[in-house]
Design a protein around this ligand. Structure first.
Ligand SMILES: Nc1ncnc2c1ncn2[C@@H]1O[C@H](COP(=O)(O)OP(=O)(O)O)[C@@H](O)[C@H]1O
Ligand SMILES: [Mg+2]
Length: 314
């Protein structure tokens, strides 16, 4: 496979008046990979995706898409498709007519077979001849994806594509994106759901107030050795609580239930210290029934990184 990066961005800057939307952003996305963009509201995700689609021009930095430098004029880079801020559509046209109209706008007639194929891929075959006006957000997301697929992109850019999709719909769309990536298409998508990204992405970039706080493989983010909150269920919650409180490196956390639920013990610790606690529990004749992180390691890493950044910005 071609090893040319789908996206190579260096030092990208973008401001809107006094607001710095993107500040010295680097991004590298390889072909055939699904790259997630995460960050709190206002972090700059949509702005960055818009630059990739040629909807806006950066104020500074260098951007190469599929090997071609992006210039100062507003043009959609060749081989790129997608949408930001929700997919556009003509409400009075059917799903099928929408796709035909979009193809016509691009100055090429789409073969009917191509339209049927993408409608099938995104699961809209049954409503292909219904007007888009009545479509739910999830159906409009599917229509937007179909429109992008029709152009056979080598880079697909999607802003919050899971919004409005039910769990089955999400799984379906994840399947579509996975197959595209397997065929060599690079996919960049934003999401505020870490569980979606865990299911889908090989790499993530975390943005916080316009700056990159992490960019790289998802696996590296998850593996970072940081303190996490764990829920510990045992045969003797009271004794377990006393033991945990007396173990160095372990902090007993109020899990937010008031008054504290005596049955439920939440501890904050790194894995090696947690191992020690488990051994001690068993030594003391207390049976361990369940031990699980309160939030996923990725979610915890994400929260920690974005909180640090926001505190630094204050
Ligand atoms: N067209 C615009 N005009 C003015 N400010 C904007 C515009 N687009 C985005 N911003 C600002 O830039 C920042 C980043 O926005 P955005 O990229 O939409 O973030 P996200 O998609 O991560 O929520 C925000 O502070 C937002 O208010
Ligand atoms: Mg956004």
């Amino acid at each position: 496979m071609d090893t040319l990066p789908a996206i190579r961005a260096r030092g990208i800057a973008k401001r809107f008046g006094d607001v710095i939307a993107l500040d010295d952003v680097d991004l590298e996305v390889t072909q055939g990979r699904i790259h997630g963009l995460v960050g709190p509201n206002g972090a700059g995700k949509t702005t960055l995706l818009g630059l990739l689609l040629g909807l806006a021009v950066a104020d500074g930095g260098r951007l190469e898409i599929l090997g071609t430098p992006v210039g100062r004029t507003l043009v959609a880079p060749e081989g790129v498709a997608g949408f930001v801020d929700g997919p556009g559509h003509y409400p009075s046209l059917t799903a099928r007519q929408n796709l035909a109209a979009l193809a016509a706008l691009r100055g090429r007639e789409a073969p009917t077979a191509g339209i049927d194929d993408v409608l099938g891929q995104v699961g809209l075959t049954d409503v292909a001849d219904d007007r888009a006006r009545g479509f739910s957000l999830g159906m409009r997301q599917r229509l937007g994806l179909a429109a992008a697929l029709l152009t056979k992109p080598r880079l697909l850019v999607l802003d919050e594509p899971s919004n409005g999709l039910d769990p089955a719909g999400k799984k379906h769309i994840h399947g579509v994106l996975g197959r595209l990536a397997a065929d060599g298409t690079a996919v960049v998508l934003s999401s505020h759901r870490m569980d979606d990204l865990e299911a889908l992405c090989s790499d993530v970039t975390i943005l916080s107030t316009g700056r990159v706080v992490y960019s790289g493989p998802l696996s590296r983010l998850a593996a970072e050795n940081r303190e996490l909150d764990y829920r510990v269920l045992t045969s003797d919650p009271k004794a377990a609580r006393v033991l945990a409180a007396g173990t160095p490196g372990i902090q007993v956390v109020d899990d937010g239930t008031t008054p504290p639920d005596a049955e439920q013990l939440v501890v904050r610790a790194r894995v090696p210290v947690l191992d020690e606690l488990v051994v001690q529990l068993v030594h003391a004749g207390i049976a361990l029934r369940e031990l699980a992180p309160v939030v996923s390691p990725l979610e915890a890493a994400f929260l920690a990184l974005t909180e640090q950044q926001q505190e630094a910005g204050r």
